[in-house]
Ligand binder design. Structure first.
Ligand code: DC
Length: 232
C-alpha cells in the first residue's frame, strides 16, 4: 500500500477546537499547518491599530490600498508551536483578544480581503502535505482537497470552552454570556455573509465534538486520514 501526500481542509464554526485538532493532526502526520482564521485576525488587528475601523465601520478604500503593506507570516516558537507575525511583529496573543474577536467577522466579510487571503493560502498549499483550518477551505480554497472535515458543536459548549480559555489567559472580566453572544454573533455573520459564507462542503465528513474528548477526536481524524491517504 502506498501513502500519498494529500490536502486536508478543516472547516466549521468558531470555538469548536478546530485549530487545536488541526494542529495535533498536522504534528502527528508530519504535515504543515495553517490557521487561516489567524490571517483574518491579523488583518483586523492592523485595521484597529491603524485607524481603519471606526466602531463597526471599515474604511474599505484605505484598507484596499494598504493591503499590500500587510504581511502575515507564521514562525515556530520555542515550544514548537507556530506563532502569527504581522509585519515582522509577533501578534499571536493580541489576535486572540476580545478586541480583535469582536471585529474579525466584519473584516472577514470583505470580498477583496478574502480574495487576497485565499490567494496566499492556495500558494501555501500548492505542494499538498498541508492541514488548513478555516471556514471556506473545503469549499473555496481547496475544493479538491482529498479530506474535508466540517466541525460543529453546541453553541453553549463552545462558549464555555472559550470562556475557560480566556480565564486561563488571565481575562477575568469577560462574562460567559458575553462570550456566548460573541460565538452566536460570529456564527450568524459567518453563515450569512455574501462572500464565501461558512457552509459544509458536500463531500465533507461532519464531526460534532460537543461530547467528544480530545483523544476521541484525534482518533477520528487519524482514521479519516489513513483512509484517504492510502492509494493502492
Ligand atoms: O477560526 P477563527 O475564530 O480564528 O476565525 C476568525 C474569524 O475569521 C471568524 O469570524 C471567521 C473568519 N474566517 C473566515 O471567514 N474564513 C476563514 N478561512 C477563517 C476564518
Amino acid at each position: 500500500m502506498n501513502v500519498r501526500k494529500i490536502t486536508i481542509a478543516i472547516d466549521g464554526y468558531s470555538s469548536t477546537g478546530k485549530s487545536t485538532m488541526a494542529k495535533a493532526l498536522a504534528r502527528a502526520i508530519g504535515y504543515a499547518y495553517i490557521d487561516t482564521g489567524a490571517m483574518y485576525r491579523a488583518v483586523t488587528l492592523y485595521c484597529l491599530d491603524n485607524g481603519l475601523l471606526d466602531g463597526d465601520r471599515v474604511d474599505e478604500a484605505a484598507l484596499e490600498q494598504r493591503l499590500a503593506d500587510i504581511h502575515i507570516t507564521f514562525c515556530p516558537n520555542d515550544e514548537g508551536r507556530s506563532d502569527t507575525y504581522l509585519n515582522g511583529k509577533n501578534v499571536e496573543a493580541e489576535i486572540r483578544s476580545m478586541r480583535v474577536s469582536d471585529k474579525v467577522s466584519i473584516i472577514a466579510a470583505i470580498g477583496f480581503v478574502r480574495r487576497d487571503m485565499v490567494r496566499q493560502q492556495q500558494a501555501m498549499g500548492r505542494d499538498k502535505g498541508i492541514v488548513m483550518d478555516g471556514r471556506d477551505i473545503g469549499t473555496v480554497v481547496f475544493p479538491d482537497a482529498e479530506l474535508k472535515v466540517f466541525v460543529t458543536a453546541d453553541p453553549m459548549v463552545r462558549a464555555q470552552r472559550r470562556h475557560d480559555e480566556l480565564r486561563a489567559k488571565g481575562d477575568t472580566t469577560t462574562s460567559l454570556s458575553e462570550v456566548l453572544h460573541n460565538v452566536t454573533e460570529r456564527d450568524r455573520i459567518d453563515t450569512t455573509r455574501a462572500e464565501s459564507p461558512l457552509r459544509q462542503a458536500d463531500d465533507a465528513i461532519v464531526l460534532d465534538n460537543s461530547h467528544m474528548t480530545i483523544a476521541e477526536q484525534n482518533a477520528f481524524l487519524m482514521g479519516a486520514f489513513a483512509a484517504r491517504s492510502h492509494s493502492c
